[in-house]
Design a protein around this ligand. Structure first.
Ligand code: C2O
Ligand code: CU
Length: 707
């Protein structure tokens, strides 16, 4: 403690923490920026904290761009940002219970993905390494917001490119609101008494640029707070809320306030804690978030205090505890206490929250008594990594895009134990679920870890056990990830993937016993499929008589009595079928009453309703769990579309979709109804024909009913 106090005094005098500590740096031959102001003898001034702009509503547009930012006077650094940001991206506000669509455009010249970290949603909407967005391409993720009010985030997740794209600055916060949190008297005015704080450090080479070469660039030399160097913020003398994210590549933080005053944890990764937890320090690893209340109501206007990383003297394996400045393990910030944010206290606002609530919510966590299955994943360092050298791996195996490492049964409550060898610390993250940490071999579970979590510190030599329920979303084709959130470790292979399956025992394994979760990302259009659809032209459409999801009768005879019909065949989990659906809705809107679009899905009514809700389409849908209608029309793969003329004769069947196919469908339809061809917005439609996933009947539950 002595050492901290002394050091703080020195640093405050110099008004720049990093500078006070900055020794001469040296890079790997390219040279590193070290003490930029030292030659002039001046101290670096504080810069005003950038607050990311807000995006809200049910339709959100993000684009990832190459841009640049001036961190240092007279210098520009190449960066990435979403939308107009020069580093990082807008804060996305979502409301629990709403069906939302997030559209992402990739303006880089390499692939990217966008993962919604912490959100519970279908694997195909998750933005993991399998949901690639090609350069110049777009991707739409639609889902119902199920998470609790808390602070989440989005970031790129393309395998082996994550460290690079995050180093350049790609990322953003997601703030979810829900009715429980909204009713509490908590600071909630974004940028005023509710402040987003994203911490990540960067090393600047002598050409002012970042570098992202694995271990060499895992630790930055200068802290960026919301992308701002030497950040300061003005906060009113009242209760304020800080939403803190560790968005580092590898560094951990052990933070507190410079006068050691207590503050209150109100939320962890995935929601509010039951009651505010009073603390003076919080340890926050890469990927973790915490929301805290800080009481400034007794602070004098004009006074100041600092949020400080008390990172000196941490245990072995704490990322950033290594002494020295040399790469790969050292940096100008390693094993030091340093300022994270300088807070200038200003006059309180007329509208303000004055006291810390006593109770926030009542969480109901899973208990050991509910556990259906236990599993252990083991972190070790060994040969056999991607580069052939030594790297960290799970269970002795480096990540492989085509290998399923775990299969979880839908609806199970599982107990996972993550063990770590004695080489170094890690930060473990799992997609899909929020979990409850029940034990740590390195001591009691700290109070600030006792809420909903999706990421945790896995110290050197320790094991950590958590409980999670894997509910709502199953897929035998789209996996979720678990990995170390240190981007350099993850890119080097410390990642695994799991399927949440309705019927794990029915999954096919290859001769080595490995589940290959996809038969290949490309769905080929075979010559047999082409000739089959060609032979359908001018033949009578198979008749049917059924109902839509709300029970309205739908029959071929009635639907084609006066106008043409478009049947659109949907595989319930196929991402392409979801992507194409809005275009069919567009056709319906363009021709209005002159035609009817009807979807046919291989799902029961409940699943079909959920599909329609997340995709947000308005056309009627027929649930066809046995694939009777689907087979009758010869549809083998999703996004198969049949145009039937008035009177019930097939005009043409399309085995997939593309901009050209939609244009042709529109012109055929115009001809059939005697209207001029309507223009469609097709700039987001694929140029090449996209064929969807195989259409299969849903599996019958394996478990026979017990009498
Ligand atoms: Cu924050 Cu798998 O990611
Ligand atoms: Cu790691």
């Amino acid at each position: 403690m002595k050492r901290h106090a002394l050091w703080i005094t020195i640093s405050v005098c110099l008004s720049s923490f990093a500078l006070a500590q900055a020794p001469k740096g040296q890079g790997k031959g390219k040279g590193r920026r070290d003490t930029p102001a030292a030659s002039s003898g001046k101290v670096r001034p504080y810069q005003n904290l950038w607050i990311p702009p807000v995006l809200s509503g049910k339709a959100i547009d993000l684009s990832l761009n190459k841009t640049k930012k001036s961190f240092w006077a007279g210098a520009t650094t190449a960066t990435y940002g979403y939308n107009d940001a020069q580093f990082w991206g807008p804060t996305v506000f979502l409301n629990q219970g709403e069906a939302v669509q997030l559209r992402v455009k990739n303006n880089l010249d390499e692939v990217t993905t966008v993962h919604w970290h912490g959100l519970h949603l279908p694997a195909a909407m998750d933005g993991g390494p399998h949901q690639l967005i090609q350069p110049g391409g777009s991707w739409t993720s639609s889902f119902a917001v199920k998470n609790n009010a808390a602070t989440y985030w989005y970031h790129p997740h393309p395998h082996e490119l994550t460290q690079k794209q995050m180093t350049y600055g790609a990322g953003g916060l997601i703030i979810i609101r829900d009715p429980i949190e909204s009713k509490l008297a908590l600071p909630r005015t974004y940028g005023v008494d509710d402040i987003p704080l994203v911490f990540t450090s960067r090393r600047f080479y002598s050409n002012d640029q970042f570098s992202f070469e694995g271990d060499n660039d895992k630790y930055g030399d200068y802290l960026l707070t919301n992308g701002t160097l030497d950040a300061q913020v003005s906060l009113p003398a009242q209760l304020v809320r800080l939403r803190i994210l560790n968005a580092e590549i590898e560094r951990g933080y052990y933070f507190g306030l410079s006068d050691n005053r207590p503050f209150y944890v109100i939320a962890t990764d995935g929601g509010l804690v039951d009651k505010p937890i009073q603390v003076t320090r919080v340890k926050l690893m890469v990927g973790e978030r915490v929301e805290v209340l800080v009481d400034l109501s007794n602070d004098q206007e004009g006074s100041s205090l600092d949020l400080v990383a008390y990172n000196s003297g941490m245990e072995f394996g704490f990322p950033g505890s290594e002494p020295g400045v040399r790469a790969p393990n050292g940096s100008l910030l390693n094993n030091l206490d340093f300022g994270m944010l300088h807070i200038n206290v200003t006059a309180p606002k007329a509208q303000r929250i004055t006291k810390v609530p006593e109770v926030l919510t009542r969480n109901r966590f899973w208990t050991s008594a509910e556990v259906n299955n236990h599993r252990t994943v083991r972190i070790s360092k060994q040969r056999g990594g991607a580069g052939g050298g030594e790297s960290f791996v799970f269970d002795g195996k480096s990540f492989d895009m085509n290998t399923t490492n775990q299969v979880v049964k839908l609806g199970d409550v599982e107990e996972w134990t993550v063990t770590n060898d004695r080489v170094f610390g890690h930060t473990f993250h799992i997609h899909d679920v929020q979990f409850k940490i029940i034990s740590r071999s390195d001591g009691a579970v700290p109070t600030f870890e006792q809420g909903w979590k999706d990421t945790f510190y896995s110290p050197s030599g320790a094991s950590v056990t958590f409980l999670a329920k894997f509910d709502d979303y199953a897929s035998d084709t789209d996996p979720f990830m678990y990995h170390c959130h240190m981007a350099n470790h993850e890119d080097a292979g410390l990642m695994g993937q799991f399927l949440v399956s309705r019927a794990p025992s029915s999954l096919k394994r290859n001769s080595a016993g490995v589940i290959q979760f996809r038969e290949g990302m490309e769905h080929p259009l075979t010559p047999a499929m082409i000739s089959k659809v060609e032979r359908q032209a001018q033949t009578p459409a198979p008749s049917f008589s059924t109902t839509d999801l709300t029970g309205n009768p739908l029959s071929l005879a009635a639907l084609t009595a006066k106008k043409p019909l478009i049947l659109y065949f949907i595989e319930r989990e196929c991402p392409c079928a979801r992507d194409a659906a809005p275009f069919l809705a567009q056709v319906q809107a363009a021709y209005g009453d002159a035609c009817t679009v009807v979807g046919v899905i291989n799902a029961d009514t409940t699943t079909a309703k959920a599909w329609a809700k997340t995709v947000g389409t308005r056309f009627p849908i027929i649930a066809d769990p046995e694939c009777a209608l689907i087979r009758a029309y010869g549809a083998e793969r999703a996004v198969y579309t049949t145009l039937v003329a008035e009177g019930g004769v097939i005009v043409k069947t399309y085995p997939g979709y593309s901009a050209e196919m939609l244009k042709e469908l529109s012109s055929n339809l115009a001809r059939l109804v005697g209207m001029s061809e309507r223009a469609l917005a097709l700039d987001q439609a694929p140029q090449k024909l996209v064929v969807g996933c195989p259409l299969q009947p849903i599996e019958k539950p394996l478990v026979a009913k017990l009498q």
